[in-house]
Design a protein around this ligand. Structure first.
Ligand code: ADP
Ligand code: ZN
Length: 219
């Protein structure tokens, strides 16, 4: 199944997608991770996109669409994928329709206070990319990844001023996609109103919605 997870920054897209990938056996594709990877490896492209990412702005459509199109060509995407962080503009959604199509869009509804609390406490593993939270999803040992022992860090764009800008960009550029996919009958909503809701509970809700779509539309 070709799944898109939609939602504001900090909605939990990456946290849930990284768990869903194991349950569903299809790859988790995060354009945010791809962008950070290019920056870390200091490729030509990485140097070009760092300035956007650091400011909380979107990388230009033509760059990100090309990156994603390359990724979707790989063999592991044949049976479907979970897209996290793409599409983020109507232009990207139209490109995705051309490249591969979409079977289901899961829209995560999360209030602003939860988003801000999540992002300002988010910790990422520098080795494996696992996501933790200093408030709600603490690692067993402070500053160290449970899974691989890597060092945890805070993302450059998780600073309060940048969080505000990312939310503004989300409302302006990405929120219109809810309507875009609802009109096509592809959208399902999943809500998280409480910051303490554990990821497993959310993942269960999402799986339910996926099974529902499979039954309704014979996917
Ligand atoms: P968030 O936690 O805000 O959802 P991501 O990890 O998905 O952030 O992305 C981090 C940054 O990478 C974004 O702020 C943006 O600069 C860039 N980026 C990721 N995906 C896209 C995309 N589909 N279009 C444009 N820029 C993107
Ligand atoms: Zn790790």
């Amino acid at each position: 199944m070709k799944i898109v997870i939609l939602g504001p920054p900090g909605a939990g897209k990456g946290t849930y997608a990284s768990r869903l990938t194991k349950i569903l056996g299809i790859p988790h594709i995060s354009t945010g991770d791809m962008v950070r990877d290019e920056i870390r490896r200091q490729t030509d492209l990485g140097r070009k996109i760092k300035e956007y990412s650091d400011k909380g702005e979107l990388v230009p459509d033509e760059i990100i669409i090309k990156l994603l199109a390359e990724r979707l060509k790989r063999d592991d995407c044949k049976r479907g994928f979970i897209l996290d962080g793409f599409p983020r503009t109507i232009g990207q959604a139209e490109a995705l329709d051309r490249i591969s199509g979409v079977d289901l869009v899961i829209n995560l509804n999360v209030p602003d206070n939860v988003i801000i609390a999540r992002l300002s406490n988010r910790l990422i593993c520098s080795k494996c990319g696992a996501i933790y939270n200093a408030l709600t999803l603490k690692p067993k040992k402070e500053g160290i990844c449970d899974r691989c022992g890597g060092k945890l860090y805070r993302r450059e764009d998780d600073r309060p001023e940048v969080i505000k800008e990312r939310l503004r960009v989300y409302r302006r550029e990405t929120e219109p996609l809810i309507e875009y996919y609802a009109k096509r009958g592809l959208l399902k909503n999943v809500s998280c109103n409480d910051i303490m809701t554990p990821p497993e509970v959310m993942v269960e809700k999402i799986i339910k919605v996926i099974r529902e779509a499979e039954r309704e539309r014979n996917l």
